[in-house]
Design a protein around this ligand. Sequence first.
Ligand code: HEC
Length: 295
Amino acid sequence: MRVQLNSRLGKLATVAGLCLVLAGMFTAVSYSVTLYRLFCQVTGAGGYTARAAADTATQSHRVVTVAFSTNVAPGMPWHFEPVQSSVQVHLGQEALVFFRAENLSDKPIVGHATFNVTPDRVGPYFKKIQCFCFTEERLGAHQSVEMPVDFFVDPRLAKDRNAEDVDHIELSYTFFPSRDPQGAADLARFDGVKPSAAAGEKLFATVCGACHALDRSKVGPPLDGVVGRAAGSVNGYPYSAALAHAHIVWSAATLDKWLANPRGFIPGATMPLSVPDEVRRRDIIAYLASLKGHG
Ligand code: HEC
Protein backbone atom coordinates (compact mmCIF):
# COMPACT_ATOMS: atom_id res chain seq x y z
CA MET A 1 0.00 0.00 0.00
CA ARG A 2 1.84 3.09 -1.22
CA VAL A 3 -0.01 6.13 -0.08
CA GLN A 4 1.43 9.61 0.01
CA LEU A 5 0.36 11.04 3.31
CA ASN A 6 0.37 14.58 4.43
CA SER A 7 0.62 15.20 8.13
CA ARG A 8 -3.02 16.01 8.62
CA LEU A 9 -4.49 13.69 11.12
CA GLY A 10 -7.70 13.25 9.22
CA LYS A 11 -5.92 11.70 6.31
CA LEU A 12 -3.76 9.59 8.57
CA ALA A 13 -6.85 8.47 10.38
CA THR A 14 -8.50 7.34 7.18
CA VAL A 15 -5.50 5.42 5.98
CA ALA A 16 -4.69 3.93 9.34
CA GLY A 17 -8.29 2.86 9.74
CA LEU A 18 -8.22 1.32 6.33
CA CYS A 19 -5.02 -0.55 6.99
CA LEU A 20 -6.52 -1.82 10.17
CA VAL A 21 -9.54 -3.16 8.39
CA LEU A 22 -7.54 -4.58 5.51
CA ALA A 23 -5.12 -6.37 7.74
CA GLY A 24 -7.97 -7.79 9.77
CA MET A 25 -6.00 -6.80 12.82
CA PHE A 26 -8.73 -6.88 15.43
CA THR A 27 -6.09 -7.38 18.02
CA ALA A 28 -4.89 -5.32 20.88
CA VAL A 29 -1.64 -3.85 19.72
CA SER A 30 -0.22 -0.43 19.92
CA TYR A 31 2.13 1.54 17.73
CA SER A 32 3.50 4.99 17.65
CA VAL A 33 1.26 6.94 15.32
CA THR A 34 3.76 7.24 12.54
CA LEU A 35 4.76 3.64 12.91
CA TYR A 36 1.23 2.75 12.16
CA ARG A 37 1.52 4.30 8.77
CA LEU A 38 4.94 2.72 8.40
CA PHE A 39 3.45 -0.65 9.12
CA CYS A 40 0.76 -0.11 6.55
CA GLN A 41 3.27 0.95 3.96
CA VAL A 42 5.96 -1.59 4.49
CA THR A 43 4.33 -4.91 5.17
CA GLY A 44 6.21 -7.32 3.00
CA ALA A 45 8.84 -4.76 1.92
CA GLY A 46 12.36 -4.21 3.25
CA GLY A 47 14.77 -1.40 4.01
CA TYR A 48 12.96 0.61 6.66
CA THR A 49 15.18 0.25 9.70
CA ALA A 50 16.12 3.90 9.88
CA ARG A 51 12.55 5.07 9.75
CA ALA A 52 11.40 2.64 12.39
CA ALA A 53 14.15 3.91 14.68
CA ALA A 54 13.35 7.55 13.95
CA ASP A 55 9.70 7.00 14.62
CA THR A 56 10.23 5.84 18.16
CA ALA A 57 11.43 9.38 18.90
CA THR A 58 7.99 10.83 18.18
CA GLN A 59 6.66 9.29 21.38
CA SER A 60 6.99 11.15 24.61
CA HIS A 61 8.50 9.65 27.76
CA ARG A 62 5.46 10.75 29.70
CA VAL A 63 3.13 7.88 30.48
CA VAL A 64 -0.55 8.18 31.21
CA THR A 65 -3.01 5.57 32.39
CA VAL A 66 -6.16 5.42 30.31
CA ALA A 67 -9.02 3.70 32.14
CA PHE A 68 -12.25 2.55 30.51
CA SER A 69 -15.79 2.45 31.78
CA THR A 70 -19.15 1.66 30.26
CA ASN A 71 -22.84 2.29 30.78
CA VAL A 72 -26.05 1.34 29.05
CA ALA A 73 -29.16 3.48 29.09
CA PRO A 74 -31.78 2.31 31.61
CA GLY A 75 -33.99 -0.40 30.13
CA MET A 76 -31.67 -1.28 27.26
CA PRO A 77 -31.05 -5.04 27.44
CA TRP A 78 -27.36 -4.94 26.54
CA HIS A 79 -24.41 -6.04 28.57
CA PHE A 80 -21.50 -3.77 27.74
CA GLU A 81 -18.02 -3.84 29.27
CA PRO A 82 -14.42 -2.90 28.53
CA VAL A 83 -12.25 -5.96 27.74
CA GLN A 84 -9.32 -4.34 29.59
CA SER A 85 -9.95 -2.03 32.52
CA SER A 86 -7.01 0.24 31.68
CA VAL A 87 -3.84 0.56 29.62
CA GLN A 88 -0.69 2.61 30.10
CA VAL A 89 0.50 4.50 27.05
CA HIS A 90 3.21 6.98 26.26
CA LEU A 91 1.93 10.23 24.82
CA GLY A 92 1.83 9.71 21.06
CA GLN A 93 1.72 5.92 21.33
CA GLU A 94 -1.21 4.37 19.56
CA ALA A 95 -3.21 1.74 21.41
CA LEU A 96 -5.95 -0.56 20.25
CA VAL A 97 -8.39 -1.63 22.96
CA PHE A 98 -11.65 -3.54 22.98
CA PHE A 99 -15.12 -3.28 24.39
CA ARG A 100 -17.51 -6.21 24.51
CA ALA A 101 -21.24 -5.85 23.95
CA GLU A 102 -23.91 -8.51 24.20
CA ASN A 103 -27.55 -8.23 23.32
CA LEU A 104 -29.36 -10.07 26.12
CA SER A 105 -32.74 -9.95 24.39
CA ASP A 106 -34.53 -12.09 21.83
CA LYS A 107 -34.61 -9.48 19.12
CA PRO A 108 -32.07 -7.38 17.24
CA ILE A 109 -31.42 -3.99 18.78
CA VAL A 110 -29.73 -0.97 17.30
CA GLY A 111 -27.63 1.03 19.71
CA HIS A 112 -25.94 4.39 19.54
CA ALA A 113 -22.88 5.16 21.65
CA THR A 114 -21.71 8.41 23.10
CA PHE A 115 -18.41 8.83 24.84
CA ASN A 116 -16.90 11.10 27.39
CA VAL A 117 -13.28 11.81 28.28
CA THR A 118 -12.32 13.04 31.75
CA PRO A 119 -10.74 15.23 32.97
CA ASP A 120 -12.50 17.58 30.54
CA ARG A 121 -9.35 19.51 29.75
CA VAL A 122 -7.79 16.39 28.24
CA GLY A 123 -10.65 15.88 25.78
CA PRO A 124 -9.03 17.78 22.90
CA TYR A 125 -5.87 15.67 23.21
CA PHE A 126 -7.65 12.33 23.11
CA LYS A 127 -7.57 11.23 19.47
CA LYS A 128 -9.52 8.30 18.15
CA ILE A 129 -8.55 6.73 14.88
CA GLN A 130 -11.10 4.00 14.65
CA CYS A 131 -14.04 3.35 16.90
CA PHE A 132 -17.70 2.55 17.12
CA CYS A 133 -18.58 5.88 18.65
CA PHE A 134 -21.59 7.78 17.36
CA THR A 135 -22.47 5.21 14.75
CA GLU A 136 -25.66 3.25 14.81
CA GLU A 137 -24.80 -0.35 15.61
CA ARG A 138 -27.03 -3.42 15.32
CA LEU A 139 -26.62 -6.49 17.51
CA GLY A 140 -28.67 -9.59 16.71
CA ALA A 141 -30.59 -11.52 19.39
CA HIS A 142 -28.12 -12.85 22.03
CA GLN A 143 -25.22 -11.86 19.83
CA SER A 144 -22.01 -10.61 21.40
CA VAL A 145 -19.09 -8.80 19.79
CA GLU A 146 -15.80 -7.17 20.63
CA MET A 147 -15.51 -3.64 19.29
CA PRO A 148 -12.14 -1.99 18.73
CA VAL A 149 -11.21 1.53 19.71
CA ASP A 150 -7.95 2.77 18.33
CA PHE A 151 -6.59 5.89 20.02
CA PHE A 152 -3.60 7.91 21.08
CA VAL A 153 -3.06 10.82 23.41
CA ASP A 154 -1.64 13.79 21.54
CA PRO A 155 1.94 14.50 22.70
CA ARG A 156 1.04 18.21 22.78
CA LEU A 157 -0.63 17.41 26.09
CA ALA A 158 2.87 17.64 27.59
CA LYS A 159 3.04 21.33 26.65
CA ASP A 160 -0.30 22.24 28.21
CA ARG A 161 0.29 23.88 31.60
CA ASN A 162 -3.29 23.15 32.65
CA ALA A 163 -2.71 19.46 32.19
CA GLU A 164 0.65 19.13 33.90
CA ASP A 165 -0.78 17.03 36.70
CA VAL A 166 -2.72 14.64 34.45
CA ASP A 167 -1.55 11.05 34.63
CA HIS A 168 -4.95 9.36 34.53
CA ILE A 169 -7.57 9.70 31.81
CA GLU A 170 -10.92 8.01 31.73
CA LEU A 171 -12.79 7.10 28.58
CA SER A 172 -16.38 6.13 29.17
CA TYR A 173 -18.98 4.96 26.70
CA THR A 174 -22.72 4.86 27.07
CA PHE A 175 -24.99 2.94 24.73
CA PHE A 176 -28.51 4.26 24.06
CA PRO A 177 -31.27 2.68 22.00
CA SER A 178 -30.95 4.12 18.53
CA ARG A 179 -33.05 6.97 17.24
CA ASP A 180 -32.19 5.97 13.67
CA PRO A 181 -32.37 2.15 13.44
CA GLN A 182 -32.55 2.24 9.62
CA GLY A 183 -29.01 3.58 9.29
CA ALA A 184 -27.47 0.86 11.47
CA ALA A 185 -24.14 -0.79 10.77
CA ASP A 186 -23.99 -4.43 11.75
CA LEU A 187 -21.78 -5.03 14.77
CA ALA A 188 -21.14 -8.54 13.49
CA ARG A 189 -18.36 -7.00 11.44
CA PHE A 190 -16.26 -6.98 14.60
CA ASP A 191 -16.94 -10.62 15.35
CA GLY A 192 -14.82 -13.64 14.55
CA VAL A 193 -11.91 -13.17 16.97
CA LYS A 194 -11.95 -16.22 19.21
CA PRO A 195 -8.87 -16.75 21.37
CA SER A 196 -6.93 -19.74 20.04
CA ALA A 197 -3.36 -20.84 19.52
CA ALA A 198 -3.80 -20.81 15.73
CA ALA A 199 -4.86 -17.19 16.05
CA GLY A 200 -1.33 -16.49 17.26
CA GLU A 201 0.10 -17.43 13.89
CA LYS A 202 -2.20 -14.99 12.12
CA LEU A 203 -1.42 -12.27 14.62
CA PHE A 204 2.25 -12.88 14.11
CA ALA A 205 1.86 -12.52 10.35
CA THR A 206 -0.13 -9.31 10.52
CA VAL A 207 1.33 -7.64 13.61
CA CYS A 208 4.90 -8.87 14.02
CA GLY A 209 5.67 -9.80 10.42
CA ALA A 210 6.35 -6.21 9.38
CA CYS A 211 9.49 -6.32 11.50
CA HIS A 212 10.23 -9.97 12.25
CA ALA A 213 10.80 -13.05 10.13
CA LEU A 214 11.34 -16.50 11.57
CA ASP A 215 14.69 -17.27 9.94
CA ARG A 216 16.40 -13.95 9.19
CA SER A 217 16.83 -10.45 10.56
CA LYS A 218 14.52 -7.70 9.37
CA VAL A 219 13.91 -4.58 11.46
CA GLY A 220 13.85 -6.98 14.41
CA PRO A 221 15.79 -10.20 15.04
CA PRO A 222 14.61 -13.61 13.75
CA LEU A 223 12.16 -15.27 16.13
CA ASP A 224 12.25 -18.98 15.27
CA GLY A 225 13.27 -20.79 18.45
CA VAL A 226 13.00 -17.63 20.55
CA VAL A 227 11.40 -19.49 23.46
CA GLY A 228 14.31 -20.81 25.52
CA ARG A 229 16.80 -18.47 23.86
CA ALA A 230 18.76 -15.80 25.75
CA ALA A 231 17.57 -12.27 25.01
CA GLY A 232 19.73 -10.32 22.62
CA SER A 233 21.73 -13.34 21.50
CA VAL A 234 21.28 -13.69 17.72
CA ASN A 235 24.68 -13.24 16.08
CA GLY A 236 24.89 -10.34 13.71
CA TYR A 237 21.68 -8.60 14.75
CA PRO A 238 22.36 -5.03 15.99
CA TYR A 239 20.55 -5.16 19.33
CA SER A 240 20.19 -2.17 21.60
CA ALA A 241 22.71 -2.31 24.45
CA ALA A 242 19.78 -2.70 26.82
CA LEU A 243 18.52 -5.90 25.20
CA ALA A 244 22.00 -7.29 24.56
CA HIS A 245 22.78 -7.01 28.29
CA ALA A 246 19.37 -7.90 29.65
CA HIS A 247 20.46 -11.30 31.04
CA ILE A 248 17.09 -12.89 30.63
CA VAL A 249 15.92 -16.01 28.84
CA TRP A 250 12.75 -15.82 26.76
CA SER A 251 10.00 -17.91 28.32
CA ALA A 252 6.23 -17.57 28.27
CA ALA A 253 6.49 -15.34 31.35
CA THR A 254 9.25 -13.03 30.10
CA LEU A 255 7.72 -12.81 26.63
CA ASP A 256 4.41 -11.83 28.19
CA LYS A 257 6.04 -8.94 30.06
CA TRP A 258 7.99 -7.93 26.97
CA LEU A 259 4.99 -7.89 24.66
CA ALA A 260 2.84 -6.07 27.22
CA ASN A 261 5.38 -3.24 27.50
CA PRO A 262 8.80 -3.79 25.89
CA ARG A 263 10.40 -0.58 27.03
CA GLY A 264 8.87 -0.82 30.48
CA PHE A 265 10.23 -4.36 30.91
CA ILE A 266 13.67 -3.56 29.47
CA PRO A 267 14.30 0.20 29.60
CA GLY A 268 16.35 1.26 26.62
CA ALA A 269 15.08 -1.52 24.34
CA THR A 270 13.90 -0.24 20.98
CA MET A 271 10.92 -2.37 20.00
CA PRO A 272 8.18 0.23 19.46
CA LEU A 273 5.14 -2.04 19.56
CA SER A 274 3.18 -3.46 22.47
CA VAL A 275 0.26 -5.85 22.80
CA PRO A 276 -1.86 -4.69 25.75
CA ASP A 277 -4.41 -7.47 25.39
CA GLU A 278 -3.55 -10.52 27.47
CA VAL A 279 -5.47 -13.04 25.37
CA ARG A 280 -3.69 -11.96 22.21
CA ARG A 281 -0.34 -12.08 23.97
CA ARG A 282 -1.06 -15.65 25.00
CA ASP A 283 -2.00 -16.59 21.44
CA ILE A 284 1.19 -15.12 20.03
CA ILE A 285 3.37 -16.74 22.68
CA ALA A 286 1.69 -20.11 22.09
CA TYR A 287 2.58 -19.77 18.42
CA LEU A 288 6.22 -18.81 19.17
CA ALA A 289 6.50 -21.77 21.57
CA SER A 290 5.29 -24.13 18.85
CA LEU A 291 8.18 -23.22 16.53
CA LYS A 292 11.09 -25.61 16.29
CA GLY A 293 14.08 -23.34 16.03
CA HIS A 294 16.70 -23.85 13.35
CA GLY A 295 19.70 -22.51 15.14
C1 HEC B 1 7.98 -2.03 14.29
C2 HEC B 1 8.87 -3.15 14.35
C3 HEC B 1 8.54 -4.30 15.29
C4 HEC B 1 7.36 -4.97 15.42
C5 HEC B 1 6.04 -4.70 14.71
C6 HEC B 1 7.62 -6.03 16.36
N1 HEC B 1 8.91 -5.99 16.79
FE1 HEC B 1 9.81 -7.29 18.06
N2 HEC B 1 11.55 -6.27 17.92
C7 HEC B 1 11.74 -5.15 17.14
C8 HEC B 1 13.08 -4.64 17.36
C9 HEC B 1 13.69 -3.41 16.71
C10 HEC B 1 13.68 -5.51 18.30
C11 HEC B 1 15.07 -5.38 18.90
C12 HEC B 1 14.95 -4.47 20.12
C13 HEC B 1 16.25 -4.09 20.77
O1 HEC B 1 17.34 -4.44 20.26
O2 HEC B 1 16.17 -3.41 21.81
C14 HEC B 1 12.69 -6.53 18.61
C15 HEC B 1 12.92 -7.58 19.50
C16 HEC B 1 12.00 -8.58 19.78
C17 HEC B 1 12.26 -9.70 20.64
C18 HEC B 1 13.56 -10.04 21.35
C19 HEC B 1 14.29 -11.07 20.51
C20 HEC B 1 15.68 -11.41 20.98
O3 HEC B 1 16.42 -12.00 20.17
O4 HEC B 1 16.05 -11.10 22.13
C21 HEC B 1 11.10 -10.45 20.66
C22 HEC B 1 10.86 -11.73 21.45
C23 HEC B 1 10.15 -9.78 19.81
N3 HEC B 1 10.72 -8.65 19.31
C24 HEC B 1 8.86 -10.24 19.59
C25 HEC B 1 7.93 -9.57 18.80
C26 HEC B 1 6.59 -10.03 18.58
C27 HEC B 1 6.03 -11.35 19.12
C28 HEC B 1 5.96 -9.10 17.82
C29 HEC B 1 4.51 -9.08 17.37
C30 HEC B 1 3.54 -9.04 18.43
C31 HEC B 1 6.92 -8.05 17.54
N4 HEC B 1 8.10 -8.38 18.15
C32 HEC B 1 6.66 -6.93 16.77
C33 HEC B 1 10.83 -4.57 16.30
C34 HEC B 1 9.51 -4.95 16.15
